[in-house]
Design a protein around this ligand. Sequence first.
Ligand code: SIN
Length: 277
Amino acid sequence: MLITAEKVGATVSDVDVRQLDHDGARQLAQAWADHGVLFFHDQELTPDDHITFAERFATIDVNKFFKAVDTHPQIATVLKEADQEGNIGGAWHTDHTYDQIPARGSILLAREVPPTGGDTRFADVGAAFDALSPGLQKTLESLHAVHSNEHVFGKASDYSKRDDRLGNPDGVGSATHPVVIAHPQTGRKLLYVNMAFTLHFVGWSVEESAPLLQYLYEHVGQDQFTTQFSWNVGSIAMWDNRSTWHWALNDYPGYRRLMHRITISGDPLAAAAGASS
Ligand code: SIN
């Protein structure tokens, strides 16, 4: 198995993830924590293989909002039909920040891809945090933020009525997390806000929070902190929700794209050392 570092994440080659032994799984878990996102190609996984691979790392966090594969409730479908306009994940975000214990990450496997387009962008929120001035870092380390999914999956949301969603308004919730967390495995400082689910800083109004949040979104989205992954059938991206953001590009009108996603349960989050908890 060869692990090659990229600008963001790492590519894993010379591996068939169905054949991983204990040492191989341990090496991958370490690389996942260190690099934030791992990319693979040419993996021929059945749904059972996909589940077995995911369970090498932790238990599965069954998604409450996406339709599952009929025979495998642990696998969520991320589907855009040829005649559909909106896609799932079409803006910078990271998954499940509205949960008290957010998911560790996801293992996304390409089943059907358009002839061109349909790439996914990834951003490194650790490198982006490191590049901020010490003054802003210190301010951010003193803050917490409120995250919710009510506006995305709640009763009033259009999304809950879409064909690619289950529509589960009772599953909505919110949580408060430090704005700068320590990665549970590496201790690295990470910026933990995102466009999709962060509402405001604790003690600040939505209006007061918006300019600083917007600044952070633009900062993280800069070229030096991001990469773009192109999919073939059998490609996998395995991302860490604490240390990366992702964005599914919606640039393939008229074509179907089908991905299978397994989300892995996470660990309680803590503020980075030196921050207020
Ligand atoms: C997601 O946000 O989980 C979907 C990513 C993708 O489809 O590339």
